[in-house]
Design a protein around this ligand. Structure first.
Ligand code: INI
Length: 156
């Protein structure tokens, strides 16, 4: 293919200040996502001192806290990690929808790259698969997506 001007993000996290939001609900899953996100960021050059972990009750609270963190202008990017598992809870759709919608709004309104690593699964097994087993680790994916987006935005 003929050469075309291409803008893409380098996966270099050196100097990047990142807040990781993690919900306590289903923390045995979310802790794995946090581990994956920290590992991915540090392996790509981020310093541990530049990473702040913010723990919150559940996915529903995430947009408000993300908004506050974004408004503080202390961070170059946010990585949002949680697990909403359908199971027996009628809460699922409300929590999952409000969380995703609210986080997208924060990202747009505050012009901040945000990695969305909130699992929304039908059952526990699917969540385990996405937290460091069969289907990888969505904490890693969310951190890398935030990093790539931050590096793209810096060039625009
Ligand atoms: N919060 C989650 O993060 N995951 C869930 O699966 C979940 N379920 O199933 O209810 C959940 N609910 C709690 C919610 O996020 C709030 O913390 C709670 O309603 C208090 O505001």
């Amino acid at each position: 293919m003929a050469h075309i001007k291409t803008i893409e993000g380098q996966l270099d996290a050196k100097g990047l200040k990142v807040a990781i939001l993690a919900s306590r609900f289903n923390d045995f899953i979310v802790d794995k996502l946090v581990g994956g996100a920290v590992d991915a960021l540090t392996r790509h050059g981020a310093s541990r001192e530049d990473i702040t972990l913010v723990k919150i009750p559940g996915a529903f609270e995430m947009p408000l806290v993300a908004q506050r963190l974004a408004a503080s202008k202390q961070y170059d990017g946010l990585v949002c990690l949680g697990a909403v598992i359908r199971g027996a809870t009628p809460h699922f759709d409300f929590v999952a929808n409000e969380c995703a919608k609210g986080l997208a709004q924060v990202s747009m309104e505050h012009n901040i790259p945000l990695g969305f690593g909130v699992l929304t699964t039908d059952n526990l097994e699917q969540a385990i698969e996405r937290a460091g087993s069969k289907a990888g680790n969505k904490g890693v994916d969310a951190a890398m997506a935030m990093l790539e987006t931050a590096r793209v935005l810096a060039q625009l």
